[in-house]
Design a binder for this molecule. Sequence first.
Ligand SMILES: [Zn+2]
Length: 285
Amino acid sequence: MALVTMKYEMSKAEKGRYAVPAFNFFTLDNLIGIAQGAANKKSPVIAMASVGAMKIMGEHTTVRMCEGVASDFGIDMILHLDHCTDYDMICRAVDNGFTSVMIDASKLSYEENVELTARVVEYASKYGVSVEAELGHVGGKEDDIVVSEREALFTVPEDALRFVNDTGVDALAVAVGTVHGFYKSEPKLDFPRIEKIHELLPHMPLVLHGGTGVPDDDFRKAIAGGVRKINIGTELKVHGVFDVSKQGYAQPGDDPRSVSKLVIAKCASIVEEKIDVMGSANKAG
Ligand SMILES: [Zn+2]
């Protein structure tokens, strides 16, 4: 009933061949929904704060909120800082009680990525905090590029092996065809690439970003190939929070507490669906 590190859950997931779901949260209701869903399914869960969300909520509040929610639901939770490019901010997150961090230096050169990631690993590991890094680049709305250009940014398996040895990370985000946000057309995942990376790095948990809109069967194939953490952000943001709040605040005088209940219930139901697909139900503890 506390915040735990990612490393332990990842090694369990590797043995059990399932993935641990990771959800972004932006508000307390959103976070409670995530905890509720995980508790109902007895699943391990990763709650992720983006840099933007953490700035709004505040570093201390983010950590205390997660501790409180984990305690109220009697669950272990991993608190993860998502996509941070700033070394100092990562150190502050570690100091304040985050149990996992992502250093995203994927836009830098290989050498710069290694240098910055290794520095983060050195700092975080002193406190037992897990580190995820990204090699290759998972795009999104911010980089609207054509598919052939995107494929040029896919993770090269041999580079992944070298990168993990050079940095000592605990989890590796790979670029294999997913993107952040909603998909304009059905995503095409490069499963042979996932399998090749997993073959070279059999004990390294692979992370799939951009999980919103990926068909369930693709999730299952990716997990069979070695993916151990799957990130879902947009689906909760849009369907879990925005749509529900819009309905809930339809009339003047609508009660914010009712809206909170709706958001919690909707987020929990999305979380439970994903847990079933990822095979992580009953794997908590
Ligand atoms: Zn991401």
